[in-house]
Design a protein. Structure first.
Length: 138
């Protein structure tokens, strides 16, 4: 039964794999920001939606926040039109999100930060046909 499950998983992976993803990442350098070749910084837009605030500890001068964080930028290297894809691609999971460049966002004076990981890491990457990236996490 276990070998059957592995065979089924392999078959489903082959059937549902997006063939152009491998081509996109062939020459993609995630260490280089999208405008590296132009010598300019990449404009990153940040949106924060506060889900919960509290408790507030006045003695320690701390508070907790639960947020949805979205960062967006344009990455011409991820232009899907050159592969004939004319729809937004939504990807989740660390395997894919680990392949693209992401901004190094940090919170000044944060004592502790963590991402939500129940039942899996809450990360979503939407890539538009023109290469606009929307990276959302909780």
């Amino acid at each position: 039964m276990r070998k059957g499950n592995q065979a089924l998983r392999l078959l489903l992976t082959k059937l549902y794999k997006l063939p152009y993803l491998d081509k996109i990442f062939e020459d993609y350098d995630k260490a280089a920001w999208p405008t590296y070749d132009k010598g300019t910084p990449t404009l990153v837009r940040v949106s924060v939606y506060i889900i919960t605030l509290g408790p507030i500890n006045t003695n320690e001068m701390t508070y907790n926040l639960d947020i949805h964080l979205q960062q967006s930028w344009s990455d011409p290297r991820l232009n899907l039109l050159r592969f004939g894809v004319n729809k937004t691609l939504s990807l989740n999971g660390a395997e894919i999100t680990g392949k693209i460049w992401k901004p190094d966002l940090y919170f000044v004076n944060a004592k502790r930060e963590r991402t939500h990981k129940v039942t899996m890491p809450n990360q979503l990457v939407d890539i538009t046909p023109r290469g606009d990236v929307y990276y959302t996490m909780r």
